[in-house]
Design a protein around this ligand. Sequence first.
Ligand code: AMP
Length: 143
Amino acid sequence: MSVRAILDMKGRDVATISADATLAEAAAQLAEKRIGALVVTGIERSVSGILSERDIVRALAQHKEAALARPVAEFMTRRVVTCTADDTVGELMHRMTAGRFRHVPVVEHGRLAGIVSIGDVVKSRVAEIERESEALRDYIRTA
Ligand code: AMP
């Protein structure tokens, strides 16, 4: 299955934040939207970083509550691993496992075009396995 197929099902909306927003604003957005990461975008929806709940936990452990008034830019990951809509779910799983992260922004023509989380990947794999086993059951029934 391709990343495009996942995006067709879940949509292309992505929760974003700017690098100069505060960590408190980022935490409020994560809590309100019940999500685990925000893509940090620059001009024309280019990806300049990613900030996940783990980055906020790390910032709080290091700087205590003073971290909350500091900018997202200080704590985001700048080297973001991205994918395109043509990549396969298998490739994505490999990137997530190797990099130990749970979110991969989708970039098309230099602009943010969606996001895939580990939850989306697991959901699509389970659906694929269920389809395969159903096809096998049909085959056995009619053989
Ligand atoms: P996560 O598992 O997504 O909560 O992220 C764990 C750590 O990896 C955090 O420090 C994130 O900033 C970072 N991270 C998340 N997604 C990516 C990505 N696609 N590329 C690089 N780093 C990432």
